[in-house]
Design a protein around this ligand. Sequence first.
Ligand code: SAH
Length: 255
Amino acid sequence: MLHPKKSLGQNFLIDKNIINKITSLKNIKNRNILEIGPGRGALTEKILEKNPKSLILIEKDYKLYEVLKKKYKNNNKVTLFNSDILKIDLEKIIDIKSIVFGNLPYNISSQILVKLIKFKNWPPKFTDLIFMFQKEVAEKIIGKSFGRLTIITNYRLKLSNKFNVSPNCFYPKPKITSSVLHLSPIKKEINKIKNLDNLEMITNIFFSNKRKMIKKNYKKILGKKRIKNLNLNLRPSDLKSEIYYKITELYEEKL
Ligand code: SAH
């Protein structure tokens, strides 16, 4: 067996109940599936048992890729890429109405999520994201600890399910508890941000001074323009996500 690589966030799932629970969150039969970081194939095997229409696998580790390639060489449903998920043109290769699974490499899990949120075409070519995160990151996503990731996620995704996973369910055992989130795209955008990079940039500015009142940064971004009933003496985490969308829209109007 190959030695797990820490640098690639390799914590392989070994608990059958959890593998079952994750792959039962959505009906897989006859669906297009994409899996990020299949590793040794813990989720992959279970997904294939459930008879999907197609399965795309993206694995960065060349050694694991080779093993998977050998294993699935006669399975015409499986398409395998030896690529970095952050570099591949995901929007191009993903099949329509895909369900995306991933026990994600923790060091880049939020970057992966943001990449999917920033798809150019919306509604996107995926109907569900079923991802394993560090519990701490999951709480930032769902707003239990409100921040940038909450705001960016809320713009395009809604939570449909979540549960925690103990370190004992993995090999090697991580130090932290994990959480599975099931997220789905919001079909119609309520706000009209032109470029999500601007929302990222603006939240970055506000949240780099978490304890400071928003006044100074607000004026830096929007000058004299005001939002009705918005108190500029509040701190960044006191504002609802919608206010950040509004600030971004107003900023884009000035461009
Ligand atoms: N799904 C497997 C493995 C999870 S560990 C399981 O549950 O057992 C995370 C996996 O993501 C590893 O296989 C790792 O090699 C892979 N990975 C790490 N960084 C990646 C990247 N940038 N792009 C694609 N895969 C990556």
